[in-house]
Ligand binder design. Structure first.
Ligand code: ZN
Length: 293
């Protein structure tokens, strides 16, 4: 029987950078973990599972908190762990916030690959959605529909010609994850001052974010993809969905959603008992083929 196994990293790896919002230097140490450990942050000796039950803040990033210990801006690292199929890892953090690096997930993926990926003996677990689940906030919504495979769609609606009314779908069986993982975070010049007054985006620069001035891109190198902003929203969605604790098998459609709505969606999946936990070999039919890229 075909068996896709759980994964961790082979060797420890250190990642240094600055926090996007705090502007402070931060060091991460990624440490291999055994099967069923899951993804856990370690801060001042406190283990903080990367699970929605510990999600406590959603202003422009996702924050985890346990026993008074806070880790901010986890979503791009979570997406990198999803894309590399890592189920089990410890992430020791010295500092407040996961480093922003280049504003996307690709630099985390390079560090994970440099550490090497270790295949563990135990089989991988998935969360298979068994009924439709919707969360709403005004005109924004996220809808999950049972499916044979995972897909994440983001539909953006901005009064901006570049971001505009764009939609993008990522599905691991249909395309390379780099198309999403390389998409950088973005903001508008007129927001920067407001964010900084709120104590946010202190580490933001053209090195780690796309900055729009109305319809112009201020970064001299331009965009990595013409639809980079909507692809980044898909990246954020994928990172936040991984706070379920397992890769989800479902079609997820977000209309203008953000971190808060993403977390509400994940909580509702748990509260409504909307998914079955299944080992890879228990997946039926097409799911068996399509669960993993
Ligand atoms: Zn983001």
């Amino acid at each position: 029987m075909q068996c896709i196994q759980q994964r961790t990293i082979k060797d420890e790896v250190v990642i240094k950078g600055i926090g996007l919002h705090s502007g402070e230097p931060v060091t991460l140490r990624l440490i291999p973990a055994e099967s069923y450990e899951g993804i856990k942050f370690i801060k001042n000796g406190v283990y903080i599972p990367a699970h929605v039950e510990n999600a406590s803040g959603f202003d422009f990033s996702t924050t985890l908190e346990k026993d008074g210990q806070i880790v901010r801006t986890v979503e791009h690292l979570m997406a990198a762990l999803y894309f590399t199929g890592i189920d089990n890892i410890y992430i020791e953090i010295q500092g407040e916030e996961i480093p922003i690096l280049d504003g996307s997930a690709i630099e985390f993926i390079k560090h994970i690959k440099s550490a090497g990926i270790k295949i563990l003996p135990e089989e991988k677990l998935f969360a298979v959605l068994k009924k439709e689940v919707v969360v709403k906030d005004g005109d924004k919504f996220i809808k999950g529909t049972p499916s044979d495979e995972f897909s994440a769609t983001y539909h953006a609606q901005y009064n901006n010609s570049i971001i505009g009314n764009k939609k993008y779908t990522f599905s691991p069986s249909k395309e390379l994850y780099e198309n999403v993982a390389m998409a950088r975070t973005y903001c508008f010049l007129e927001e920067v001052e407001m964010l900084q007054k709120m104590g946010l985006a202190k580490g933001g620069s053209l090195e780690n974010a796309v900055v729009f001035d109305k319809d112009d891109v201020l970064n001299p190198e331009g965009l990595r993809f013409e639809d980079e902003p909507v692809k980044h929203k898909v990246l954020d969605l994928i990172g936040d969905l991984y706070l379920l604790g397992f890769p989800l098998i479902a079609d997820v459609y977000s209309f203008k959603g953000g971190h808060r709505l993403n977390a509400q969606f994940v909580r509702k999946l748990i509260d409504e008992d909307a998914f079955d936990r299944k080992y890879f070999s228990e997946l039926e039919g097409n799911r068996l083929k399509r669960a993993v890229a």
